[in-house]
Design a protein around this ligand. Sequence first.
Ligand code: SF4
Length: 386
Amino acid sequence: MAKPPIMPTPPLKPATHPLERLPEEWSDVLGAWGEPRYRGAQVFGWIHKRGVFDPAEMKNLPKTLRARLAEEGLSLPVSPVVGPPAGDDTRKVLVTLHDGLSVETVLIPELIRPGEEEELEEGWEPKKRVVTQCVSSQVGCAMGCVFCASGVMGLKRNLSAAEIVGQALAGRAALPEDQRLRNVVLMGMGEPLANYDAVARALMLLTHPDGLGLSWRRVTLSTSGLVPELDRLGRDFGGKVQLAISLHAVDDERRSALMPINRKHALRSLVAALKRYPLPKRRRITIEYTLMAGVNDSLEDARGLVRLLDGVPIKVNLIPMNRIEGSELRAPSAEVVERFREELYSRGAPAFLRTQRGDSLAAACGQLALRGEGRKVKRRPLPKAR
Ligand code: SF4
């Protein structure tokens, strides 16, 4: 039997910005300019591997080609402003787009200790701290989840693939010498699967070995559960994309009250889609569960979660609710959170608490919200506790 291809080959819409071109697409462009095709990989490597946008610095290219590239105008399509490191070393990067809108991306350095959840990789440099970057896929979000500041904004627009990858390139450039970008999580502002074409291209760019070269195991897409697009992602990428599912409730009544998308794609169809997802062996789907006091934090909810996802290999990220202005939703007490976690564990569902450092930012979508938006959460009836 033929071996499956190493890189997935999803159907992609044409690139709309030079930063979006894959090496072979660069080869096509350069070929039309009369250049040899191998130059395509060189140009791609300068931009995506080395983060060089000024053709004058692309020393292995002939002068004539550098001049042509300068005419074409290679530049990062986002203007990043890197914030100071927080006490826990996380950094927020405010990214302004060409039309003046902005999104946030967050750099979260983590320490790896042998024997913990993460495995050491070949080539891992013990002195470098690996970094997870949480990137946005849309400005705002149309999904309207009641616990989420991005949902409150509503959708302003989709990001392009260049703007998504531009966040990663800007984030990597902002890292100090002793840190390296290893994980990218599409968990910032927006529902990635509602911007499928741009996200699919961004995934190919982020993981291309001649570029940023992220391992597929290190790229995670977080979704509220758009079932047709989940199926499409599984087909197009053969299950290579790590999945995180924003669940947050275990029955349709409460999930629909918290996450309006559930009215369209109810839990049963979401779980069926997760069972169909061509997950590679020994991988798990991450379940994001924001704990809200009196809403979804009972032991019966924990048991319900395990029952609901029976047959799906999962690990659960528990995220105590981040306060948002105008919302009545609150985090449960630490004791309630711990009891919930233990109940999951005792029923065979590995569960991790995301409260410290930037962890909570990279544990569920919608945890990034632009400061100064000045928008308050609309008063909506809250789902009743069980
Ligand atoms: S939680 Fe995720 S899907 Fe829901 S509104 Fe926020 S960003 Fe959108």
